[in-house]
Design a protein. Structure first.
Length: 315
């Protein structure tokens, strides 16, 4: 009987892990679907703005009434330059929104593919539960039942620890991505101050290079924040009260609002720094909550393992 009970426990553990994998995938899929709705709306909004800006440029470039009146007033070239800049800004925003959506679609397809390969273990778990109950009744001892109960409490806690560790890893990656963007902006700020004091062409070029690096880093930061949000959904956000995961989805919007609309001006760099700092602070708050949760789980695991060892030694 003891050997069969051990076999049941091992099989039960395997099936519970399979069930938990299904539930984790379902939570992550639900969150990615929510993110996709948000980013799809953003893409459509950006596409509409881009279409409008392109129409404005085309209207000035064509020999129509609007272009003729602008030429008469002597404002055509100035307005055309401004409209082209607004078109470029809209194009960058749209391109970012499109890439964000494509990344989420790729992640969603991968998770849905994994989900299709997993079978529902509920029926097999119920069969094992009934067999285990019958074995324990046949053994007649309390120690076996108590050990089984402790093992049943330990297994979900250990799985929970793995989930929290994965979320911590994703959060640390998001923090690193934000740190890269922040460092590039800090360098751009220093060069910008020098530039305003007459630093010359090379200083201006170096400043713009750091701004371009910061802007390129937004893809990595956005994807890292997307993964972090999914991992937070996986560990269930109610366990980390310091954070609202929905805030992370729009980091790219804050970045461009702060920087691209006036990317050559020092105040624009300052605004971007503030937005990146805010995102980094919220990531760190989330990590603090996860570390606290991990500590609580570890203490529970240690207590159950201690009770299990005592039970075995006293048996």
């Amino acid at each position: 009987m003891q050997a069969r009970l051990q076999q049941i426990n091992e099989e039960w553990k395997r099936l519970e892990e399979a069930r938990e994998r299904r539930e984790r995938l379902d939570r992550r899929i639900d969150d990615l679907r929510a993110q996709r709705r948000e980013r799809k709306e953003k893409e459509q909004e950006c596409a509409g703005i881009l279409a409008k800006e392109r129409a404005d440029v085309e209207a000035l470039e064509k020999r129509g009434l609007k272009s003729f009146l602008a030429a008469l007033s002597g404002e055509k070239e100035e307005r055309l330059s401004r409209e082209r800049r607004e078109e470029l800004e809209a194009a960058v925003r749209y391109d970012q929104a499109r890439r964000d959506l494509e990344y989420i679609d790729d992640q969603l397809r991968a998770l849905l593919g994994q989900r299709e390969t997993l079978e529902d273990p509920a029926g097999e778990l119920e069969r094992l539960r009934k067999e285990k109950e019958a074995l324990l009744r046949g053994m007649g001892g309390a120690v076996g039942a108590q050990l089984s109960g402790l093992d049943g409490q330990l297994a979900p806690l250990l799985r929970r620890l793995r989930e929290v560790d994965e979320a911590l890893s994703a959060g640390q990656q998001a923090g690193s991505a934000l740190s890269f963007v922040r460092a590039e902006l800090d360098d751009a700020e220093g060069l910008g101050t020098w530039d305003m004091l007459g630093g010359g062409l090379f200083v201006t070029m170096a400043k713009h290079e750091h701004i371009d690096e910061a802007r390129a880093g937004i893809d990595q930061a956005q994807q890292a924040l997307c993964r972090f949000r999914a991992e937070l959904a996986d560990v269930r956000v109610e366990d980390v009260p310091q954070i609202q995961i929905g805030e992370f989805a729009t980091f790219a919007d804050y970045f461009f609002d702060g920087l691209f609309a006036d990317w050559a001006v020092q105040s624009g760099i300052h605004d971007a720094q503030a937005n990146v700092e805010d995102a980094a602070d919220r990531v760190e708050q989330a990590l603090d909550g996860l570390r606290q949760l991990r500590g609580d789980l570890e203490r529970q695991v240690q207590e159950l393992e201690r009770r299990r060892e005592e039970l075995v030694e006293q048996a």
